[in-house]
Design a protein around this ligand. Structure first.
Ligand code: ZN
Length: 236
């Protein structure tokens, strides 16, 4: 089938088929978007933004100094939150990141640690990957946070220098080796003395965040907080 025809067919089908919730796959009502109200009410919240000593923060203990660390949801393999993350990353649905960021930003401001954040920096994607995917899923989440927290987002100062292989099926040490030297700061990056909120779609081993934080902390007086969409419920 010619590509143009497939694209036309896609447009046509999206007119007759209803929009679906990216978490459960059920049809959305006209007043819902991205995630249905039922999922919004039932997906497992961590409430980690309300306490300094929480599972997300503990993942970084002894590794990097963190002001505050939080993730909105717990995720389990095969569960609706994982489906949400998968759609955000691989299914051309950047709106998922923006949507959750907009909701989560308001909640983060309830946590003391996040009120002094000056700047949001998303974990960068390598340029090749960015071109292939069309967007950086962490930056989408960061843009949503930026809107609701009314804090600027900086997508330029930190970038990824080398292409890294997919992180799956690697041990914690191997992953660390893999990301250790791949982040670089732009010359003249104006970050001194800033409290930076590093944002990622998901935190698993924390090694990517750690590598970015170490890079950012080369600037004098930088403090780091961390926010993600999801955190695994059974890791650590
Ligand atoms: Zn749903």
């Amino acid at each position: 089938m010619p590509a143009q025809f497939i694209s036309l067919l896609d447009d046509f089908l999206s007119l007759i088929y209803p929009r679906l919730c990216y978490a459960c796959g059920n049809s959305l009502y006209f007043n819902e978007s991205v995630i249905c109200n039922r999922c919004l009410a039932t997906l497992p919240l961590t409430n980690s933004h309300l306490s300094k000593d929480n599972p997300v923060a503990r993942a970084f203990w002894g590794r990097i100094p963190i002001e505050g660390a939080a993730a909105r949801y717990y995720f389990r393999k095969g569960g609706p939150v994982q489906r949400l993350l998968h759609n955000l990353k691989y299914n051309h649905a950047p709106e998922i990141g923006i949507f959750i960021g907009q909701i989560y930003g308001k909640e983060l401001l309830q946590g003391e640690a996040f009120r002094s954040v000056d700047l949001i920096i998303p974990i960068p994607l390598h340029l090749e990957k960015l071109k292939k995917r069309g967007y950086n899923q962490s930056a989408m989440f960061g843009q949503g946070l930026s809107q609701s927290m009314k804090i600027p987002i900086d997508e330029d100062s930190l970038y990824r220098t080398y292409y890294t292989d997919t992180q799956t099926r690697k041990s914690r040490e191997e992953r660390w080796e893999n990301v250790k030297f791949v982040f670089t700061l732009k010359e003249n990056a104006d970050l001194e003395g800033k409290h930076i909120l590093l944002v990622d779609d998901v935190i698993t081993t924390g090694s990517t965040i750690e590598a970015c934080a170490n890079k950012l902390m080369e600037k004098k007086g930088v403090r780091i907080s961390v926010a993600a969409i999801a955190f695994p419920s059974s890791t650590f």
